[in-house]
Write a new protein. Sequence first.
Length: 850
Amino acid sequence: MQQQMMSPLVTQITPDARMSAAVHGDRAKCLQRLIRLDMPVPVTVALSFDAVRDAALGNLPDMAALMAPFGPQPLLSVRPSSENADWGGPSAILNVGMNDARFAHMALAMGEAAAARLYLRFVQSYAVHVARLDPDEFHLPDQADATSLGMMLAAYEAETDEPFPQDPAVQLAEVLRSMARAWDGTSARLLRQAKGAPADAGLGLVVQAMALGLGQGECGTGIVQFVDSTTGAPRITGRYVAQNLPQMDKTDAEGALYLTRDPRGASLQDRCPETFAQLLECGALCRQHLREEMQVKFTIDAGKLFILDAVRVQRSSRASVRIAVALAEDGVITRQDAVLRVEPVALSELLHRQVDPNAPRDVLVRGIAASPGAASGRIVLTANEAQASAARGEPCVLVRRETTPEDIRGMHAASAVLTMRGGITSHAAVIGRGLGVPCVVGASDLLIDRKSGRVMAPDGRSFAAGDMITVDGTTGQVLAGAPPMLEASLDGAFQTLLEWADMFRDIGVRANADTPADAQTARNFAAEGIGLCRTEHMFFEGDRLGVMREMIFAESSDDRRAVLDRLLPMQRADFAELFSIMEGRSVCVRLFDPPLHEFLPSDKPGMRDLAEQLALPLPEVTERVAALSEYNPMLGMRGVRLGIAIPEIYDMQAQAIFEAMVAVGAKGIAPAVDIMIPLVSAMREVELMKSRIERVATKVAGPARATLNYRLGVMVETPRAALRAQDIAVHAAFLSFGTNDLTQMTYGLSRDDAGRFMSTYVQQGVYAEDPFHTLDIEGVGELVAMGAERGRRCRPDVVLSICGEHGGSRSAIAFCRDHKFDYVSCSPFRVPGARLMAAQLALTDQIIKP
Ligand code: PEP
Ligand code: MG
């Protein structure tokens, strides 16, 4: 056999040659598949990764043997063939074998211009890529003829002191060597490593006989694909140019034909119906047997079709979903394959508007990409202005040093949020993700001058309130102006893919949802329930803030209860709405968590308003506010500590929950409620709360003659709660790990301030990643695993979950699966990605451990 005459490193691609992507690269393997499908592929020889490594060291294969399959006067192309086509490779070099004799011969057969173009193109590629000469000296001339060719050959000789090589074997050897070396270049290595290639990734090369598409009869070259790269819908696109003579000047429209019949002009379909049909058949064969949508490169030579190459169709995120689903629906791939083929990040792109990747970007500043998607709007500096802007129907970007719960309504109203401080779990980031509002936090190089109402970029540019900027929460960039956007698009394929994912995943996915709107989003994304409802957000709605402040200022328990009685119906209505929307799916309600000072004003005008509202002297208000302030509020009077010190708040919340359950139950919905106690660090805290809550339950259930289907559980977010989970689980039906606070307390790292130095820490390798972003499996994960194990030891059926921001990330989902958790809970917009990742992890496990 021919291939046995070559070294084992060089193989002619035949149907039964030994060939694999891991040895010869993806292109070589794909060409073999085309050959096996009886497609008219010109003679091709593959060099393995080892052959190319040898060539880079100057040890070329036996050139005579390599060239033998191509006959006496070869004209060849050389293309890269890396293991994964996405890893790139050096540019292809065409027309290897052109020399003076061949030029003279071809000029007679096809005319001087055509032959000169082929030779000129080769000399240019050779000079730039092989001899590494200055590309500026080797522009293709407008006029291709013997004179311009002579000039380029002379330029080559002048630069190298050698005539242009005439021996095809020498030419090919040099081309192979230069391509092999290019693969080892620093920039090529960095580029492919950025795409996930291993450090020792190999390069194969394929040498193929040129099918020129030039000469008598129908001749030309083209590419065709059978789906639209943007939408993924079936559509024939590509191009075909009759006579493979791309013009050297600006236009190459001459000779271009439409592929399919078109009223605007001639088409390949009309001109060569049989070849066109053959091309369609090749496309169908590729789809069926390569199990992928391929872009096919072809030439027609005197009416005969040649298939030169086929590569995976480039595709947008939207198209990737549609193509995977269509292939599975047509039985070409399995549903499992379809689920494995789509990158979860593609789903996130589909859920949000994005800056058009082709649009120019005028980057003002970079921060932390905290909530994906992009939006443009006029700068506003306060939450009130954001609401006013929204009321006028003008999109705005809320720019704040950092946000506080008081800004929530402004964040709702804004198209995007930008803060100078904060990290991935800061208030702005958490709320932004929950609302699906694009958000960049920690843009510490930006300055806000509140007095002049201006924002200063690090390059000195200054923007006034009202100026247009764009927040790209996917990349963390803030851009000047309003670049074009790509709209979010959720189509049927998206839903289908996720339904399939749900069939394969083995861990629950819930959403963190605080409001009815969040709950609706959670339902739309098929979350199985609400894993965390942060109830404090409800107290910033409408006029509740005022009532909350009255409660904080109440002098006695009775006064406090009286004020809370006014909040009770509002809270009951909140819960009733949530329970109705969730229609019997679990809702985990976390009792009040933040320190009370978050509800109080921090500036003079706010204090004055408050004094007026409470009819108290301003100094008294100022004094009370000061008395409530703490050195370390996040480690202070919050969570269950408030529940114990000021029990009326939790009593009111429990009553509202139970009454809402009764009300919703009366309408035929059976709510399933988990009541969660935050910031627990000792078993006695849970014991005390449990008895209070049970008392409230009895008080509500008795008169209503209702059975309340609720569970009481604990949010494990202090290291001590994880360490003592065996005692805590005595009183807790579930343990939900709040990895935001747990990370903060495990590292002793403020989640609101870490953004200031996090990038320096990550850059210097102190932390591999921002632990608020990527769950620290070694440290925080150890505590979570320990807590889970100790909790289970005491109560084997304790329900386990993660509800910190990590819940939507692949590593945290993998961790939770490994430790047999019941579910993860994440922001509603991360739910689709989490469903897909959970399914991919389950499927990958099945492949590894069938
Ligand atoms: C947590 O601490 O992980 C959590 C989910 O709660 P929060 O972010 O509201 O503190
Ligand atoms: Mg917390």
